[in-house]
Design a protein around this ligand. Structure first.
Ligand code: GN1
Ligand code: CA
Length: 164
């Protein structure tokens, strides 16, 4: 095989996800502003991307200080709206906290804002509760949007949301 062909194939394989994500960036072209730097994610909520590395509870505290809560997600539309706040074309995604925690009592994940946990967007193979220690959910794990259960002590950026 000609070296150039090899390089082309390699580029295609390694970067396909990123290229596709960049191509899909069309879905992120129309941000819907709310007041003061918040963005609309559904009819009654606005969200803000906080690019500050925090543990899950640190992120929760930060959202509370803004009169908000870590974001909950109930539909694909909301998922894309949150994804788009964090999206940078042709760039590998940064993982972010979303507002779900595992309830040992109920044996399932719940949204900390009390809304119904029904929609999910797990990465393939997740949730897998590695070492029995993964009780929080991060988004943008490996691929844009995808969810992973992970240790709540991990540091991630995060998205807060409030009724607006
Ligand atoms: C990470 O590092 P490793 O492979 O044990 C991740 C898990 C994922 C797993 C998927 C702390 O675990 O949550 O399920 O990759 N660990 C953390 O391969 O996020
Ligand atoms: Ca996991």
């Amino acid at each position: 095989m000609h070296p150039a062909v090899g390089v082309a194939v390699l580029l295609l394989v390694c970067c396909l996800d990123t290229v596709r994500a960049g191509y899909e960036s069309g879905i992120c072209d129309r941000p819907q502003p709310c007041e003061n730097g918040w963005s609309r994610i559904d009819t009654d909520r606005c969200a803000k991307y906080i690019k500050d590395l925090q543990t899950f509870s640190g992120a929760e505290d930060h959202c509370h200080s803004l009169g908000s809560e870590l974001v909950s997600i109930h539909t694909a539309k909301e998922m894309f709206n949150v994804l788009c706040l964090t999206f940078i074309p042709f760039t590998p995604p940064d993982t972010i906290w979303i507002g779900a925690k595992f309830s040992r009592k109920q044996g399932l994940f719940t949204w900390i804002d009390g809304s119904e946990f029904s929609y999910t967007f797990w990465h393939e193979g997740e949730p897998n509760n590695v070492n029995g220690m993964e009780e929080c959910i991060e988004m943008n794990f490996g691929r844009w949007g995808k969810w992973n259960d992970t240790k709540c002590s991990k540091n991630n950026y995060f998205v807060c949301a409030k009724k607006m």
